[in-house]
Design a protein around this ligand. Structure first.
Ligand SMILES: *Cc1c(COP(=O)(O)O)cnc(C)c1O
Length: 355
């Protein structure tokens, strides 16, 4: 099996502590209750009041003119790229960007754009690196049209772009004539960690989106924001790709619930990630990257185990972990993992490595 998700092995013990991803959160009873009570209409026809409420709030939160509700973050990225770029264009992003590694080659397949990956520690890059990637504007160069940044940088270890560096990079992009796009899958984690308001974080971005299915705990949904004209164009792609919905207010209600209840508490996830990282760092053979948000990346080389082998061992004890390379593992904290869960997981890790 290559293309379909492999179903979880039913003979495995139940999951006790799920550190696999913040996408694994389940909607709470209160969130489901809000969904049940949502006022709905036909989104595609412009009649869903809950969708409008969510889009208005998101545009205000991120300091943009307009917003559109989409089923997923991947669709936000791909529709933004389709809207900003033409076939043959080149996008500039970090070499570990989600749009390069994890969206099925979407920029090439859908827009016909290539992505130039820049190096840089923890998923970030600086102005000289960006400027070094600018091509002479010649007939035989690919037109460079879009600069993309990820806040937080997922494969960069959940790193937060410092706001000054972020703004400098985006400004350099604009000065060269690029559009700017922020993959804000975990933008609110960055906002909470840095204490910088979301609209300030997103200030230099022509388009930006936020995922509701990561630490915010909703079952589906992401909102893409930008200028009124950009969102108007994005709507055409939403329609074309089949992302134009009907009584989607049920989903938007979950997102509104998340905005009201699940943002400030991200600080708990960050604190749990630090406790987890400190505990993992005390286990002989593990090298742990200092977490800035809710993602804890660590290297298993010194234990003699591959990341997959360690993940299999802890899974037998009910702890779920994801792997990002032969020896690179990722543990993710979120609203369904509390401090007791972190301590339980650490016990399981200690035993698994000592074996
Ligand atoms: C999860 C993620 C996405 C994709 O979001 P989905 O809602 O899963 O489609 C995009 N970018 C980053 C950085 C992510 O972590």
């Amino acid at each position: 099996m290559v293309y379909a998700p492999v179903r979880s092995d039913p003979t495995l013990p139940p999951v006790r502590v799920n550190l696999y991803s913040d996408t694994q959160t389940k909607p709470s009873a209160a969130m489901k209750d809000a969904m049940m009570r949502a006022e709905v209409g036909d989104e595609q026809h412009g009649d869903d009041p809950t969708i409008y409420e969510l889009c208005d709030r998101m545009a205000a939160l991120l300091g943009k003119e307009a917003a559109v509700f989409l089923p997923s973050g991947t669709m936000c990225n791909q529709i933004a790229i389709l809207t900003h770029c033409r076939p043959g264009d080149e996008i500039i992003a970090h070499e570990s960007a989600h749009i390069i590694t994890s969206e099925g080659g979407g920029p090439a397949a859908l827009t016909g754009a290539t992505v130039l990956g820049l190096p840089g520690a923890r998923g970030l890059f600086d102005v000289p690196t960006l400027q070094g990637a600018f091509r002479e504007k010649r007939r035989n160069s690919p037109p460079q049209t879009l600069l993309e940044v990820e806040q937080t940088a997922n494969f960069g270890g959940g790193a937060v772009w410092p706001v000054a560096q972020l703004h400098a990079v985006l400004e350099a992009g604009h000065a060269f004539g690029l559009h700017t796009h922020m993959d804000g899958a975990r933008l609110m984690n960055a906002v909470v960690a840095a204490g910088v308001p979301a609209h300030e974080m997103a200030a230099g971005c022509d388009s930006v989106w936020l995922d509701f299915t990561k630490g915010l705990g909703a079952p589906l949904g992401a909102v893409l924001c930008g200028s009124a004209d950009f969102i108007d164009q994005a709507w055409r792609w939403k329609q074309r790709l089949g992302g134009s919905l009907r009584q989607a207010g049920v989903c938007a209600a979950a997102c509104l619930y998340a905005l009201d209840h699940n943002i400030d508490r991200l600080a708990e996830d960050h604190a749990n990630a630090r406790v987890l990282a400190r505990g993992l760092a005390q286990i002989p053979g593990l090298i742990v990257e200092e977490p800035e948000t809710n993602l804890v990346f660590f290297d298993t080389s010194g234990t003699g185990l591959t990341a997959d082998a360690l993940a299999d061992r802890v899974r037998q004890q009910g702890v779920m972990l994801s792997t990002m390379g032969k020896h690179r593992a990722r543990a993710c904290t979120h609203l369904d993992v509390d401090r007791v869960g972190v301590e339980t997981a650490l016990q399981v890790f200690r035993a698994a490595v000592a074996h």
